[in-house]
Design a protein around this ligand. Sequence first.
Ligand code: GUN
Length: 284
Amino acid sequence: MSAQLLDGKLISEQIITEVRAKVDARVAAGRRAPALAVVLVGDDPASAVYVRNKKTACERAGFRSLSFEYPASLTEAELLALVRKLNDDPEVDGILVQLPLPKHINADRVIETINPHKDVDGFHPYNFGRLALKMPLLRPCTPHGVMVMLEKTGVDLVGKDAVVIGASNIVGRPAALELLMARATVTVCHSKTRDLAGKVAAADIVVAGVGIPNFVKGDWIKPGAIVIDVGINRLENGKLCGDVEFEVAKQRASWITPVPGGVGPMTIALLMQNTLDANIHLYP
Ligand code: GUN
């Protein structure tokens, strides 16, 4: 058996097209276009690529994007002052501070300073708490993208055994809350988990977000399982690869996401969706 591919590029384009149509209708009715402020501190090459892709998506969605780029020497006080200024700016709907931040800046403090209604990453404790309470508002983009992809399979998630590998605030934890909200039975695995292979082998759904190339062996995958690979790792030869051994896993899974072209573009599409939602919520 060879798995069907979940084409994140295609699904993300459909989402952005839908967002664009709503934006065009609002602008035609005399409203301003949604605006996303993107903040980049330092010169992490991967972050620079992600930020560029986010700005390009804003253009496609019909948004205004405001760019704030600073050297790694920016102080925490300066960054907090910028966030407060953007919070108070009535022409800004979404604030995205690209992570990771330089070590001298406390990322939690920065996230908590963002107005939760402009927190289009869904990282603020207010939005995270709402997701935990099954009353989500702005949902973290990557796990939300994972759920949209799972929905595209047409498979009923209720009661399915889902294994999430990685317990990060950006991917693993919110993905577990999303899957729980969809009424799957969720196991969250992390670096101290025993018998990871056994847990993966029992899973109907595997979501991997650890950031280690080919960490999840293809022959661990249960035949017929759905495999969602959130990892985007750059190999020494310059190629991108996921956290799952794709070629072997593909022979066992029923559905699988490619890397690149899987979850990556979905994150950006759901960011556009969140920015429009924030704009509508702030200016109904
Ligand atoms: N770094 C890696 N993923 C993300 C993301 O989704 N949002 C932000 N702000 N930073 C990230």
